[in-house]
Design a protein around this ligand. Structure first.
Ligand SMILES: C[S@@+](CC[C@H](N)C(=O)[O-])C[C@H]1O[C@@H](n2cnc3c(N)ncnc32)[C@H](O)[C@@H]1O
Ligand SMILES: [Zn+2]
Length: 186
């Protein structure tokens, strides 16, 4: 399928009402909420931040000194990582959900875009499946460290990627993006 050209979410006219706002979340800390109805397949926000190697990401201090399992890192198809702790935008506050209303994808220019997986009502909290890639055996301790509190009826209880039993090394990173060419919801 040929790559689609699309409007950058940040290219929204300056006075248009933003589709989202950041406030406290019942899931965890801050979250991002729809300020208006968002259509299925709509691009909502780019996941921004500096791009660094996985090795550089591994050497970073914890993004939350009170929670070593907190992460602002998003893995890219080229093996690098977006560190939203530096030059990050509102997308970094979107929480994980097991039955999410959003899904990230990487476009042809290597940007990670958070798009609506289904129609979203004004006021709904935005969420996508982090599918966290975490080093180490899936011990009870690791599972507890990455326990999910999304509250959805079919919560799987974990933010970890169910398809990956054990990552070779490195820090926890969000991943599991739908490649642009495989996206069927548009
Ligand atoms: C990039 S932050 C998202 C914003 C976060 N709420 C905050 O205030 O920092 C990602 C972190 O939020 C927490 N988090 C996100 N979704 C969660 C969920 N469904 N259950 C438990 N913790 C969650 C985890 O600590 C995760 O590493
Ligand atoms: Zn869940």
């Amino acid at each position: 399928m040929p790559a689609r050209s699309r409007q950058t979410p940040s290219a929204t006219p300056a006075r248009a009402k933003p589709a989202y706002s950041v406030r406290n979340s019942p899931i965890h800390g801050r979250g991002v909420f729809a300020t208006r109805a968002i259509g299925k397949g709509e691009d909502i926000v780019e996941y921004r931040g500096r791009r660094i190697s996985m090795e550089a990401a591994d050497a970073l201090p914890d993004s939350d000194p009170d929670n070593p399992y907190h992460t602002f890192l998003f893995e890219l198809n080229d093996g690098r990582v977006i560190d939203a702790g530096v030059r990050g935008n509102a997308a970094r506050w979107i929480n994980h959900g097991c039955q999410p209303n959003c899904e990230p994808y990487e476009d042809e220019d290597g940007r990670v875009i958070i798009a609506a997986k289904r129609a979203i009502r004004a006021g709904e909290e935005l969420a996508y499946d982090y599918k966290l890639n975490v080093p180490g055996r899936r011990s009870a301790r690791l599972l507890a460290a990455y326990a999910c509190r999304c509250g959805s009826p079919r919560c799987r209880g974990s933010m970890l990627d169910p398809a990956k039993g054990k990552a070779a090394k490195g820090r926890a990173t969000k991943g599991g993006k739908a490649p642009a060419k495989d996206r069927k919801s548009r």
